[in-house]
Design a protein around this ligand. Structure first.
Ligand code: NIG
Length: 389
């Protein structure tokens, strides 16, 4: 093995790989070389490397893959949160408050805020992160948000269709999103999304946005079925979206459609809790055969957390997932939702050739993520082979 810039991480009591052949390894080690995993196996057979880190009986797993965040924003919505905790319902209308603050902010402020939150996520083990536009809602502000997001996020999604801006006509705004706005963001984004929900965009408007984005070669994602049953999930499946996110309210036919498709159901438990909605039916989806991802939905309105561990804990304690299912969903599931789960440099998995994204817990097994709820367990983090914590 060429040992330039290589690190042997050894003494791993339990190594969750998410690789179907490797499974969960005991007394394991791996070698990170450059930004890739170069070797993985039993500690007793590990090769020599430039550096050696002994994690002394702790558990290791792929870094979290957070496939749904909204982190290009300014401003604060503490008052809205307080009102919600006193019984006021969540509505899409709060988005306009963040739009106003985001438009007011300088590029430097938006970038600094994004950096603060991505670094907060990284310290907690998130090594691959998607983020969205959607708090600009004008051609110039959406293009600016996309450019800022592209500086720090692994994946960037265009969400010009987040809300019809106050005072605008919905159909004319959809025309703008499908034309000039898509053109303006095209160089910075790989994905397009739409908030298909009462109070945001209806089925026909959502379809128009997604079809225009697909014609430009963008991958598709949908915000669907967050506040009630509706057409979001069906539309996402029909149009071959990589993921439909929220899925809090699902009919039997929604579950069946997801189970028979390649569209990932991305569940956002921190959002369900912070908006006092029921938790998404994760168990029903898994039992039906759907692919489930867990993500933070970090944003200042409906889910102001970057903690993927919190999502995993909630999925186990409240949503009926086993620890193994929840950990898979927050790593390999997120990678699948971003179509980054295979090939050279895959994320959410640890095998030779995968991206060297690794987290070590201050615990002997991943079970402690649920067994010790709320306790910060991140002990070490490597992203693209570099130690970040
Ligand atoms: O995913 N549902 C739409 N968008 C965000 C909320 C954004 C906000 O309230 O600012 C979400 O929950």
């Amino acid at each position: 093995m060429n040992s330039t810039n290589s690190t042997l991480v050894t003494g791993i009591a339990e190594l969750t790989t998410n690789d179907p052949e490797l499974g969960v390894l005991r007394d394991a080690a791996l070698v990170l070389e450059g930004d890739r995993v170069a070797w993985i196996g039993a500690a007793a057979h590990a090769p020599v490397a430039d550096d050696r880190v002994d994690v002394a009986g702790r558990a290791a797993l792929p870094g979290w893959v957070d496939s749904h965040t909204h982190l290009v924003f300014a401003g604060d919505r503490t008052a809205e949160f307080e009102a919600r905790m006193s019984g006021k319902p969540y509505t899409a209308g709060g988005i306009a408050v963040t739009v106003a603050a985001t438009r007011e902010a300088s590029d430097e402020e938006l970038l600094a805020n994004l950096r603060r939150h991505t670094e907060e996520a990284l310290r907690q083990g998130t090594t691959c992160l998607e983020t969205k536009t959607g708090y600009g809602l004008s051609v110039a502000d959406e293009a600016r948000s996309a450019g800022i997001a592209a500086q720090l996020a692994d994946e960037v999604t265009f969400l010009g269709a987040h809300l019809v801006p106050p005072g605008a006509d919905a159909e004319s705004y959809v025309d703008l999103v499908c034309g000039e706005m898509l053109d303006a963001v095209a160089g910075s984004v790989g994905w397009a999304d739409v908030f298909c929900e009462t109070g945001a965009f209806d089925e026909a408007q959502s379809a128009r946005v997604l079809e225009a984005a697909a014609r430009r070669g963008l991958g598709l994602r949908v915000h669907g079925n967050q506040l009630g049953e509706g057409p979001g999930v069906r539309l996402a499946v029909e149009l071959g979206a990589a993921s439909v996110d929220h899925c809090t309210y699902l009919s039997e036919s929604d579950v069946e459609a997801l189970a028979g498709s390649d569209t990932v159901a991305t569940l956002l438990p921190a959002c369900d809790l912070s908006t006092r909605q029921p938790l998404a039916p994760a168990r029903r989806l898994l039992d039906a055969g759907a692919t489930v991802a867990l993500a933070s939905n970090a944003n200042p309105g409906s889910s102001y957390t970057t903690s993927m561990a919190f999502c995993v804990t909630t999925a186990v304690l409240q949503m009926g997932l086993s620890v193994a299912e929840a950990v898979w969903s927050a790593t390999a599931g997120g990678a699948r939702a971003l179509r980054r789960d295979s090939g050279d440099g895959a994320v959410g998995v640890l095998r030779q050739g995968a991206r060297a994204d690794l987290q070590v817990l201050d615990a002997p097994s991943v079970t402690h993520l649920a067994y010790r709820p709320g306790v910060p367990l991140t002990w070490a983090v490597w992203r693209e082979g570099g130690r970040r914590r």
